[in-house]
Design a protein around this ligand. Structure first.
Ligand code: FE2
Length: 168
């Protein structure tokens, strides 16, 4: 009953700090991105992809847990409707993103053992491509939310600024 009165919100400073500190996550994403730029299994070792995707799954579990523990809040006060609905949407999206990366990781195991199933392996590269884009959109939306919570809706930083700074 009381829970239904709580509004989802973010702790902008903590959420930003979690993102700024997670260099390992962004490094893994950059290494994995190489696999759809050069997706020929003869060029890049599928075993390396399996190792990286497995590390990414574990890193995302930690990243989402930190964000939900310290970056998201439930408040029993009036919260801007945009902040509240967007916070709830993005927090909920963590589950879908995590389940997708778990599924890709499991299918990669199936694609490599006992012998390489190239079709299944390439399908997972394609799925990872979609996952990567969805995750980037999620991260950009959270950054937009941080800007809105910090400066208000009228002073939101342009999302493209975030994308550029995130690739440095
Ligand atoms: Fe997130």
């Amino acid at each position: 009953m009381i829970r239904s009165l709580l509004k989802e919100c973010i702790n902008a400073a903590f959420l930003k700090e979690i993102k700024d500190d997670n260099l390992k996550l962004y490094s893994l994403l950059e290494n994995l991105r190489a696999f759809w730029l050069v997706s020929d299994p003869l060029v890049l070792n599928p075993e390396w992809f399996r190792t990286l995707i497995s590390d990414l799954r574990d890193q995302l579990a930690l990243h989402f847990a930190l964000e939900e523990t310290f970056g998201y809040l439930e408040l029993a006060v009036d919260v801007d409707i945009f902040l509240s609905s967007e916070s709830a949407r993005l927090k909920k999206q963590h589950v879908d993103l995590y389940l997708e990366i778990v599924s890709i990781t499991e299918n990669i195991e199936d694609a490599l053992y006992p012998d390489l199933n190239e079709r299944l392996f390439l399908d997972q590269l394609s799925r990872f491509n979609d996952f990567y884009r969805t995750f980037q959109i999620h991260e950009a939306a959270e950054f937009d939310l941080i800007m809105s919570a910090t400066y208000g809706n009228n002073k939101r930083k342009n999302i493209s600024d975030f994308e550029v700074s995130n690739r440095k």
